[in-house]
Ligand binder design. Structure first.
Ligand code: GAR
Length: 219
């Protein structure tokens, strides 16, 4: 390391729990991924599966914004992508009903919200009890909601991070599976901090997908 430069801390992160202490389950997880935008977390999951680091199969991507880049990534990886545009549904429950139907059609067992920016209802949660993971760009329970990175910066925290948790009815509040912490640097903007957090998201989301079935039930 160079001497004393604050940028030396760029690669420093703390992830908990360490997955090396768990014995992996045999079998292939059948995943359904939900995304609203860029889909870099979708890509991280697909890459880890491809590399043999995660024993899973992405059965379907569900996306809600017609121009979501996640759909382009799905095509690249040969994953079926289904657009369920929330604007076409009067009530959240109606959208969630279609989501459940689609996930079942594709034989999904575990659901991963990888940048899904809509609140979900009991229609979805009750259909996949303790089987829905979400990635959030803060160290929960701090900074819930849709502007978590901006809120962390505004609060002046010196450590930020990301969390993978199980979904429950209360937003960003279900049991925590895995977290990664990163430093906040003096010149950070929301963009630079988010980019640093995303490097860790791409590490912990695939690991948390492997860990959740060990902690919360069978494959
Ligand atoms: C991620 O940073 C994720 O944590 C966040 O959206 C981003 C999606 O990135 N999710 C939330 O804020 C949910 N409340 P991606 O589309 O590149 O995966």
């Amino acid at each position: 390391m160079g001497h004393n430069s604050i940028t030396d801390t760029m690669d420093v992160s703390l992830i908990s729990p360490s997955i090396s202490s768990y014995k992996w389950k045999d079998g292939t997880l059948k995943l359904g991924i939900m995304a609203s935008g860029n889909g870099s977390n979708f890509e991280a999951i697909a890459r880890d599966i491809d590399d043999g680091r995660l024993s899973a199969e992405i059965k379907v991507l569900i996306y809600n914004n017609p121009d979501a880049y996640a759909a382009v990534r799905a095509a690249k990886w040969g994953v079926p992508a289904v657009l369920l545009n929330h604007r076409n549904y009067k009530r959240r429950q109606d959208l969630d009903g279609r989501i459940v139907q689609t996930l079942r059609e594709y034989g999904v067992e575990w659901v991963v919200m990888a940048g899904w920016m809509r609140l979900v209802t009991s229609v979805l949660i009750d259909a996949f009890p303790n089987r829905i993971l979400n990635i959030h760009p803060s160290l929960l329970p701090s900074f819930k909601g849709s502007h978590a990175v901006e809120a962390a910066l505004a609060a002046g925290v010196k450590i930020a991070g990301c969390t993978v948790h199980l979904i429950c009815l209360e937003m960003d509040s279900g049991p925590i599976i895995m977290q990664a912490a990163v430093p906040v640097l003096p010149d950070d903007t929301p963009e630079t901090l988010h980019a640093r957090i995303q490097v860790q998201e791409h590490r912990i989301l695939p690991d948390a997908i492997a860990l959740a079935p060990i902690l919360y039930g069978s494959l």
